[in-house]
Design a protein around this ligand. Structure first.
Ligand code: ZN
Ligand code: ZN
Length: 417
């Protein structure tokens, strides 16, 4: 069995680093740069635009990654953004899964984005027509610490972060909840900090090599003919190992970024690049797990025979489609981006129906659920209930349509299957 599993593990490592990671790194740097240039302006824009907030929230949620969504959450408890905008943002957020979709299946990403944007705007606007937001805000106001108590705590504990705040101020309730009481940025001076904040240059260098190999590979160029034997595999395996070292050193397993880090990145291009490397390593590590789960499922389905396992995938899919939709919705309940990446990876390998991917995209809230939980639990739980129920309802409907109408054929054509 070991001689069957070892090549699978190595191939999965190389695939995660070269076929997915290299492109993810480029997209991450690009959106990191947009965040660095625009985060403050986007935030000011949504606070000022009453009435359009669910639309702008949905747009911020759509931006790949979690930065925009994370910054929206405190604005609700401050009372400058509606609860409908929060819901719209969370429906539209696909977190780090977005990077994997852009890198491996841009067509699916566009279709999913269009659907979740429309859903986010409609549901967010409807939520704002109900008294739900006002009630949650009142419950927050009743439960929050007194101004005097917040000031006392802040005086006692001092300043916790040195980047300029986005959407809130030093010493306010958001500062206490998100900089003092939640995980912020890694403490400097530790070995792990040196690995993530100095080792990133080496990591990005290897990622650039991976990118050249990935582009040549995608252009059907026979790289093996002029490179030493197993060169691509070696780069991929070493890259995946480095990714896992960075992943462990950054000590972020489910979620990739915190509110404090989003602020730090908006203030420093260097931190933006460092954290883009960290986030790429996070995505590569989770994609590797996804690939491994797929390969082992195939091996298991074929009872040790890979080819007969692959032949059984279609039957497996028919039998498990409905369960996959349910699981996609439930995995979406887990805060953070890690488990969602496995789900996207399994879809990209053909193990899940489109409806399941859609369900998970609606249901998941990326890293934005953590700051909301830290600020006000009831608002966070209510948001989870709304996005999960909506995801399951839409998911089951789309799955039924996929099976019983022309939608399945239409989707297959649109998705290029
Ligand atoms: Zn802050
Ligand atoms: Zn940093």
């Amino acid at each position: 069995m070991f001689e069957k599993i070892l090549p699978i593990v190595l191939e999965s490592m190389a695939g995660a680093f070269i076929d997915v990671g290299a492109f993810v790194g480029v997209v991450l740097l690009l959106f990191g740069y947009i965040n660095y240039r625009q985060a403050g302006a986007l935030l000011g824009g949504i606070e000022k635009s009453k009435g359009w907030q669910p639309v702008l929230g949905a747009l911020l949620g759509l931006i790949p990654g979690c930065g925009g969504s994370i910054l929206i959450m405190p604005l609700f408890i401050k009372g400058t953004v509606t609860y409908g905008a929060v819901i719209a943002t969370l429906i539209a957020t696909t977190g780090d899964s977005a990077f994997v979709m852009i890198a491996t299946m841009p067509r699916q990403f566009l279709i999913i984005s269009a659907i979740i944007f429309a859903l986010a705007v409609v549901v967010g606007t409807l939520v704002d027509k109900t008294p739900l937001g006002a009630r949650l805000l009142a419950s927050y106001q009743a439960s929050k610490q007194q101004k005097k108590e917040i000031a006392r705590l802040h005086k006692l504990e001092g300043k916790h972060t040195f980047a300029p705040h986005l959407g809130h101020a030093e010493g306010d309730e958001v500062d206490i909840a998100l900089h003092h009481r939640s995980a912020g940025h890694q403490a400097s001076g530790t070995l792990a900090y040196r690995l993530t904040h100095q080792g990133y240059i080496f990591y990005l260098g290897l990622l650039a090599v991976g990118l050249v190999l990935a582009v040549l590979g995608a252009a059907q160029f026979d790289v093996d003919s002029f490179l030493p034997p197993n060169f691509v595999l070696t780069v991929g395996v070493v890259g995946a190992l480095l990714s896992m070292i960075l992943f462990v050193a950054s000590k972020k397993f489910l979620a990739e970024e915190t509110h404090e880090e989003v602020e730090i990145k908006a203030a420093s291009l260097k931190e933006t690049i460092i954290h883009a490397a960290q986030e790429t390593a996070f995505v590569v590590s989770w994609v590797f797990v996804g690939f491994l789960v797929y390969e082992l499922t195939v091996l298991l389905l074929g009872r040790g025979d890979y080819a007969s396992g692959e032949a059984l995938i279609e039957t497996f899919l028919m039998a498990t489609g409905l369960v996959a939709v349910l699981v996609g919705g439930l995995i979406g309940l887990i805060p953070g981006c890690g488990p969602q990446i496995i789900f996207v990876t399994l879809y990209s390998r053909g193990l899940l129906p489109f409806a399941a991917l859609l369900t998970n995209s609606i249901s998941q809230d990326g890293d934005a659920m953590f700051p909301l939980l830290a600020l006000h639990k009831r608002s966070a739980l209510m948001a989870s209930v709304i996005t999960t129920l909506l995801a399951l309802a839409v998911g089951f409907l789309v799955y039924w349509l996929e099976l019983h109408t022309n939608l399945g054929a239409f989707l297959n054509a649109a998705l290029g299957n």
